[in-house]
Design a protein around this ligand. Sequence first.
Ligand code: MG
Length: 363
Amino acid sequence: MGTSAGTHATRPVAYVHLVTEEGGGWGEVAALPRGTAVDPPLTEVWAELEQWAIPRLFEATAARSGVLPPAAQVAALFGTSERAAAARHAGAALEMAVLDAELRLAGRCLAERLGASATEVPTGALVGVPPDHSAASVLTQVDQALAAGATRIRLKIEPGWDEAPVAAVRRAYPDLALQVDANGAYAAVDDPADALAALDPYGLACLEQPLRPADLPGHAALAERLSTPIALDESLTTRRRLVDAIRYAACRVACLKPARLGGLLAAREAQDLCRAEGIPAFVGGFFETGLARSANLALAALPGFSLAGDLAPPASYLDGDPCGYPALSERTRTIAVPTDPGVGPPPLGTPPAERRRHPTPGH
Ligand code: MG
């Protein structure tokens, strides 16, 4: 997948497997091999898990006489670390594993636990910057994504590769829900508003993260000058940042990524806030495998996620998905929100609850 930050050719993935006396659960680490300005690389999250986060969960378990903390308390163990970004990603994977264990034991699905009521959700698709920078390549990718059931397309753009692909897609699909994502690339341009005003006539649903993550004033200034709504993604690392972005009028659409925010429960809170403020939100992705992407399906069923998120099947960007993922309905162009107990399908078909005796963490 090509973005203004480069191309992802491989996708190593790490899972957390939690084994308890009653069963167990799985969590997926979202981090990609290369980090961004706000997201740590996988190796950093791995080190964080090994050296700090897993021992921290064991300590918290020991402090509770060998009983795991409830999932709702897991994020609080990690979110305040000075190494905050890697700690939030690590905490998100551990929270997912604890949630999965709780839900499997209780026979409940994640959507029910989150309070989501939708039973099916539409999907959006990402179309990267093609290596040949040709509009024909973009159109081919858009055709494929729409044929695969996507109802919303996010085009990756960068300076010099913006109006041409947008114009080509808009000509081919006048009514398509179309948005663009710059991954901060316009911070390098002298007058970003001047460069990006060319996109205003194309009726885009939003223009995502044109400037650096910390530049909320810059995004607010752009929002004043452009008619295309500004969306934020990399800027939204914590609830605090989301509150600030909304207060500064820097964010009219929110892309919320559970791992970056510290977990599924933090993402639920963030969508609550967006909903209360009238900010449409969508679930963003990290090219997850079926476990974390199934969790995102349940999250996307919450009412605050009013826009189609990055929920395309992992098979559309991975050579192999060790977990599995629900099929898209061609008739409704939606994916059914999973109702099986747990967060999502575990990797390699591992039995949902391993009921063998094993020392409880912390002992
Ligand atoms: Mg983005």
